[in-house]
Design a protein. Structure first.
Length: 402
């Protein structure tokens, strides 16, 4: 009913509300588009029925790829879309990875109960408390230990009163003492028991290691079995800087090189070596884990701090693009290339090293391709708006240029 009103997708006329019909004349030749409402097109000059602005001419060429998108000069200007020709440059002298400081698991200790019983008193009750080695950690009520102490006292009394020709009292005393040592009593506690001949119903136990409490497994009033964990302690004299790295970057990392750990929270840098690379790659994210051990004199660094791991790599001459030109996805990366004047198409690429604001393109592009360096995300949104589909949805890695 309303001549001159068209749309790139099914819908209704903004003037009369009738369903839009396909116009065969719009398949080729000059079309007129509203610069503010690109969904409004016409095969002849006129004004936009929505905002009243004058329609601008856009020449639609025959043979334009179905997966391409064409914009007017004004749309390109308004969208600040810029392109550049792909070329080679040196890249890869270093890789910067985001990391987090964590506890060095090789410097953790577990303090466990040597005999079963009930914890009557716990002297350190907060996670993060520092526990020195040898300090009293908890008092335990244990029937088994109390009975063993009585056996030791009786063995001492027999040694003092009985004739050693019939019973080897020294062996009985030593056997009773060994049981007390096995269940966690110290030499000084046993000597005090031998001197006083008095056994308390509670036994104090002392920390066998020093460190900060990372996990408090038991509390006052808890019954702990033999071997049950009381606390886990961490020595923070060294920490791990754990960083995530893409599988495509892993082969470029020199695992024997010295890594620089940048700590923005305290404006400091420290050196360390890669100690571990996870042999398993996450199949969904294609991300791996590397671990760098760093010293922590004075415990100035804390687990949970953010850091950057800077690794040295071999420099090479490769195709590169500005990082903003690449649209990253969970399973693929893509760029927009200009295939004709004002006509753009998305293609899948395989990326490599990153260096400052540049990223290496390992597959998908060739030298001389014209790539959108600014406005790629705008093109992506415009494609979805006009075509009704994500340009990354139907991509196939096998179609990438070599």
């Amino acid at each position: 009913m309303c001549s001159g009103v068209e749309s790139d997708s099914p819908g209704h006329c903004p003037k009369c509300g009738m369903a839009l019909q396909k116009n065969p004349l719009s398949a080729a030749g000059t079309r007129y588009v509203c610069p503010m409402h690109p969904e409004i097109t016409s095969d002849k000059p006129g004004n936009c029925p929505i905002c009243g602005m004058k329609l601008i001419p856009v020449e639609k060429k025959k043979g334009t790829a179905a997966d391409a998108i064409m914009l007017s000069d004004q749309q390109i200007q308004l969208g600040n879309i810029e392109v550049d020709t792909v070329g080679k440059r040196n890249i890869g002298d270093e890789t910067t990875l985001t990391a987090t400081l964590n506890v060095d698991e090789t410097k953790t200790e577990t303090v466990s109960a040597r005999v079963s019983g009930r914890i009557d008193k716990l002297y350190f009750k907060n996670q993060g408390d520092y526990v020195p080695k040898g300090v009293r950690l908890y008092d335990l009520y244990s029937e088994e230990l109390n009975n063993a102490r009585q056996e030791y006292i009786l063995a001492l009394e027999k040694q003092a009163t009985l004739d050693n020709s019939i019973i080897d009292s020294k062996q009985l005393v030593q056997g009773a003492k060994n049981k007390l040592l096995l269940w966690g009593m110290s030499e000084s506690q046993i000597n005090e028991l031998a001197r006083t001949k008095k056994a308390s119903i509670l036994t104090s136990f002392y920390s066998t290691a020093s460190g900060y409490i990372t996990t408090l497994e038991s509390h006052e009033g808890d019954y702990v079995p033999e071997g049950g964990t009381i606390v886990r302690l961490a020595n923070l004299s060294s920490l791990w800087a754990e960083a995530q790295v893409y599988a495509s970057q892993l082969s470029e990392i020199d695992r024997n090189s010295i890594a620089t750990i940048q700590l923005p929270d305290i404006e400091k840098e420290v050196k360390g070596r890669i100690q571990f690379v996870n042999p398993e790659i996450n199949p969904d994210t294609r991300i791996n884990l590397i671990r760098v051990a760093i010293p922590n004199p004075g415990n100035q660094l804390k687990p949970g701090m953010q850091a950057y791991v800077v690794l040295k790599n071999r420099q090479r001459n490769s195709l590169t693009l500005p990082i903003d030109a690449v649209i990253r996805g969970e399973k693929m990366n893509m760029v927009w290339i200009e295939i004709d004047k004002n006509t753009f198409k998305s293609i899948m690429v395989e990326t490599g090293l990153e260096d400052d604001d540049r990223i290496e393109i390992k597959r998908g592009l060739k030298e001389g391709d014209v790539v959108v360096t600014t406005g790629a995300y705008l093109l992506n949104s415009e494609y979805i708006f006009k075509k009704g589909a994500n340009p990354m949805g139907g991509m196939d890695m096998g179609n990438m240029k070599m």
